[in-house]
Design a protein around this ligand. Structure first.
Ligand code: ATP
Length: 237
């Protein structure tokens, strides 16, 4: 099987600082793959590099069989890869409904009504709040909106940067449950998380990033049981 996303031998820098060192990883269609690592390990940099900022200095990135290493970010979105960045980046002055409409930019309006209804089924809270300004919603609601907005662009794959950040355990469970539903509907998910426990429990496979390099990989269950992972990322329990 050809992976839908293939990152090969990638190096990335911020000026003189090397943030990624020879990173290689693969995500197959329909998989949930998590990337875990400590603060500053390079997780966000990897997600941003896939979207071309910063551009990788070495190595290549392929999506759906095409080389996207040098492709512009908006073109990548049109090819069916969507990003839910850290901090959510919803439009705070717009309503929930208007934010969802903005998500259709890569694909146009042909399916907007059906897709919005599907999002309201996935996240009933968004339906209740459809006329509320997004900036006034709770962190969890904003995260749900960010995911729903990305899905309005009908991507084949979504990349999420720390969706659990700052959320209460119950809200994290709601968001991760939605990710399971999204994967079951045929979308591919690549998730970057500091919350190793939840991210490994959700993932089919996972990678551990340490100082910009991939240190370990395996099934979510294998890594959850791995003593080194437990010691470093799961509080040693
Ligand atoms: P966190 O979980 O804290 O977000 P992370 O694993 O996502 O961490 P990155 O944000 O990718 O880590 O950072 C990787 C390294 O690159 C860090 O040493 C960080 O200080 C550095 N870095 C990130 N962004 C920049 C930037 N814009 N300019 C310079 N250095 C940066």
């Amino acid at each position: 099987m050809t992976p839908i996303l293939q990152v090969k031998n990638v190096d990335a820098f911020y000026g003189p600082i090397q943030a990624l060192r020879n990173v290689s990883l693969e995500v197959n269609e329909g998989e949930i793959v998590s990337l875990i690592g400590a603060n500053g390990a390079g997780k966000s940099t990897l997600l941003m590099s896939i979207f071309g900022q910063p551009r990788v200095r070495q190595g290549s990135i392929h999506f759906a069989g095409e080389d996207i290493t040098q492709v512009a970010s908006h073109q990548i979105a049109k090819r069916g890869l969507a990003q839910v960045p850290e901090g959510r980046h919803i439009f705070p002055a717009m309503t929930v409904e208007e934010n969802l409409l903005m998500g259709t930019v890569p694909v146009g309006l042909a399916h907007v009504d059906a897709d919005r209804d599907a999002m309201f089924t996935l996240f009933p809270r968004l339906k209740e709040r459809c006329n509320q300004r997004a900036g006034t919603m709770s962190g969890g609601e904003q995260q749900m909106l960010a995911i729903a907005r990305a899905l309005m662009g009908r991507p084949r794959m979504i990349l999420l940067d720390e969706p659990s950040l700052g959320l209460a355990p119950k809200v994290i469970a709601t968001v991760f449950d939605a990710l399971k539903h999204i994967a079951a509907s045929g979308k591919t998910i690549f998730l970057v998380e500091q919350n190793a426990n939840q991210a490994l429990a959700l993932a089919h496979r996972a990678y551990v990033l340490v100082n910009g390099s991939v240190r370990m990989q395996g099934s979510g269950a294998e890594l959850l049981a791995n003593p080194e992972v437990r010691q470093a990322y799961l509080g040693g329990h």
